[in-house]
Design a protein around this ligand. Structure first.
Ligand code: CP
Length: 306
């Protein structure tokens, strides 16, 4: 199946069929990631620019490697080292990259909607690598890929998403995607960090942490995003860990084979205790590997639209 749109801006814009097709393509791509040569030639002659206005390790590096593993020419642009510092606008930066013949622009921006704006003004395909507190579609796709690898599907799975839901584009994209695929997302966190409108996109708000964890097939702990808080929304990190952190005691409420996930970077001892991060239930490193496969699938499928 081909992708309907020129751009990948959010999970909201993808159909369940497209999501399934991206996950199927990522399964094939993962074989390349795990092969000794890690090389295919699907993107030879194509160019991919990662344009990052916010910090990143996983997303930026995995897009770059995804392009390289498929023989694309990849270039990184960070706001700190570019003409953005001289006052160039987002659209002028995008048009400049377009004029150089860039095929795909991968953008992360602190402003919700920035990738959507850029996509309207460039010929290149645009992939949203995280826009403010809005969406992080490639993270949700790699999370869904990790869940599907373990459980074979999504129907009826209880997925507990714990923590700073309010600031989390990962939570929003995952809830939209998981609902489309038939899973049942449940959310829990500090009352100040639980937006009620998340019920409208399909999440159930649990009354306690143990209720959220009870019988969960998957637990996704979210990073506390101190950089997005304009005022203190919980008393301290120690108290957050005590009341909202996932640890060896409360994880017992989840299913025995619970799949434990976190988008990273992890604040060890805050969202998750270190023993849980490093436990056999943890899929955190697998998520990172799967992130490369998902990003390869998207680059491949966007170029294949031509
Ligand atoms: N999960 C995630 O987006 O990580 P980075 O900020 O390191 O890209």
């Amino acid at each position: 199946m081909k992708l309907k749109n020129k751009d990948v801006l959010g999970i909201k814009e993808l159909t369940a069929g497209e999501i399934e097709s991206i996950l199927d393509t990522a399964s094939d791509m993962k074989k390349i990631v795990q092969s000794p040569s890690k090389k295919a030639h699907y993107l030879r002659g194509k160019s991919v620019v990662t344009l990052f206005y916010e910090n990143s390790t996983r997303t930026r590096v995995s897009f770059e490697l995804a392009g390289k593993y498929m023989s694309a020419d990849t270039v990184n642009v960070t706001a700190a080292g570019s003409s953005v510092q001289k006052g160039e606008s987002l659209l002028d930066t995008g048009r400049t990259l377009d004029a150089m013949g860039t095929d795909i622009i991968v953008i992360r921006h602190s402003m919700a909607g920035a990738p959507h704006l850029l996509a309207k003004h460039v010929k290149a395909s645009v992939i949203n690598a995280g826009d403010g507190m809005h969406e992080h579609p490639t993270q949700a796709l790699l999370d869904m890929f990790t869940i599907r690898e373990r459980f074979g599907g999504f129907k009826g799975l209880k997925v507990a998403i714990i923590g700073d839901i309010y600031h989390s584009r990962v939570a929003r994209s995952n809830i939209i995607g998981l609902c489309k695929m038939g899973a049942e997302p449940v959310i829990y966190g500090p009352a100040t960090l639980i937006p009620v409108d998340f019920e409208k996109i399909g999440a159930v708000i649990a009354p306690t942490l143990n209720d959220a964890l009870k019988g969960a097939d998957v637990v996704i702990a979210l990073r506390v995003q101190l950089e997005r808080q304009k005022k203190a929304l919980f008393p301290s990190q120690a108290e957050y860990a005590k009341f909202f952190g996932v640890n060896y005691e409360n994880i017992e409420f989840a299913g025995k084979n619970v799949l434990l996930m976190h988008p990273g970077p992890v604040n060890r001892g805050v969202e998750l205790t270190s023993d849980v991060v490093d436990s056999d239930n943890s899929a955190i490193n697998e998520q990172v590997t799967n992130g490369v496969a998902i990003r390869m699938a998207l680059l491949y499928m966007l170029v294949g639209r031509e």
